[in-house]
Design a protein around this ligand. Sequence first.
Ligand code: HEC
Length: 212
Amino acid sequence: MLNLKNIFYTCVAATALYSCTSKGDNPGIEYAPDMYVSKAYEPFSQEKHMDLNPNGMTMRLPVAGTIARGQLDYIFNYPNTPEGYEASAAAVNPVSKTEENLMEGEKLYNIYCSLCHGKTGGNDGSVITVGNFARPSFANYQDPYIQNLPEGKIFFVITNGKNMMGAHGHMLTPHQRWQVVNYVKKLSLGDNFKTQNENNTIANTDSTTINN
Ligand code: HEC
């Protein structure tokens, strides 16, 4: 009896120890692997070599020229080159400056931009104030440089990035990027900023104009 017990304990100990020897792609022995690895193919899971696909991947690359849903809502055909940046000044913002769009722009700005540019565009987000990251050359959004920066160029920079600023085109749909552009202009122009109603007409009409 004692012998059987010993054999049993030795087996348990050996299994436990063996389970710990995971290395590389080998996860060791898993209890009920269904709980770790889904039976259905998840887009990014790679359980084993897939013979039919290039490089043995579970997931295939999309067909060349594939465009994700929503990415073609607004045509913005400027190549990611210095010339493309300059030419993008001509792009017209198709998203009106309604309260609703501005609120959405603010929400997105606070998620994606304020960590560097600060909540009010003071370039005082934590990434910048910690001190290891180069400050933008303009002091803040209220700088005439940003006040006069064409909206198309802002859209271009959000999409493609510029020097130390990374691209955000893969994080925000074109519609969201234009909403953020609107909010950047609101922060930048302060009292001179004009909201618009749904019909795209400017709500208050004194002599100052929106910089486009
Ligand atoms: C990691 C920090 C960082 C984040 C996040 C970031 N930026 Fe920037 N941004 C910079 C820096 C640095 C520059 C200066 C780039 C240069 O001209 O060298 C810059 C430049 C700009 C400019 C001026 C562009 C021009 O044409 O000169 C605008 C407008 C701007 N950012 C808006 C945004 C918006 C909107 C977001 C969010 C979608 C954002 N940034 C996210 C760091 C950041």
